[in-house]
Design a protein around this ligand. Sequence first.
Ligand code: ZN
Length: 77
Amino acid sequence: MRAVLRFVTYKITRDPDGEVTFQARCVCGDDKECGAESNVLGGEEAVSDWMAEHTVATGHRRFERIFKDYALVQAEG
Ligand SMILES: [Zn+2]
């Protein structure tokens, strides 16, 4: 990804040393959200498994997913 600011181009990449994490929260419910939250997990597959297990256990089918990574910004001149 690139951004141009004051005629300098900045390149933005994912920091390979930063941990990438996923988390899901159940937002199912008419009056009140269920609010069940997974742990902070190290992969998309793990968070998918958690959601599937929660759906089997409760019938809930709608989740908020939180993805986090770290980015590095480098000026390209
Ligand atoms: Zn739920």
